[in-house]
Design a protein around this ligand. Sequence first.
Ligand code: ZN
Length: 241
Amino acid sequence: MYQKQIEQLVVLQQVDDEILVLEDEIGKAPRELEALEEQLEGFRKRKEQIEEKLSILDEQRKKLGGEIEEDDAKIKKSKNKLMLVDNTKQYHAMMREMDSLEKLNRMREEEFAAVKEELARQADMTRELDEETAEVQKEYDAKKATLDERVAQAQKQLDKLQKKRAKACEVVPPPILGRYEFIRSRLDNPVIVSVVDSVCTGCHITIPPQEYNELQKGKQILSCPNCQRLIFWSEHAGGAE
Ligand SMILES: [Zn+2]
């Protein structure tokens, strides 16, 4: 009976370790998706900003284009009129006006070129962003498609382990089980360890001779006086450890 209890406690420990891994797996999948969703949301916001900038720039481009065209027409008209003028004073006045119009338009042309350059730069950024978005979206879609399957598989495995766990718990008396749970919630793994040549393999400290004798008798489940882990004599559980 004692030997069986030890065996099942060791099984319980293995099962509980596997359960932890599976629970982590089940929780991890949705978190991965969430992270990708956040990334995509960031891309969407950036795209909105770029689009807003693009529309402002486009308006600027149209406005400048219109103004340039308008003043070009004015200059052309003045040039035609200039041929008909025979008054020197009037001629110079018109020349000055044309000069200033031409100067203004040259400045506008420069600004126009700068706006066009910025438009091209923003368009490049949009393209890059679209490519990046498509890649992350692809990853997201693939993950989402397999998520349910992954979780279902892990859950199935988990159910199997819970059954194995329940079976192991049937063999171990409740007080021992309570001790097991208590240690598990407070100490690093493992919970149950073997004692080899009177040394606890959990904390590597020697068990006092009297307790080591008791342990070798194999009558009741003992705890290591130092680390409090459940202990068994290595000779008792043949290869259980
Ligand atoms: Zn110990």
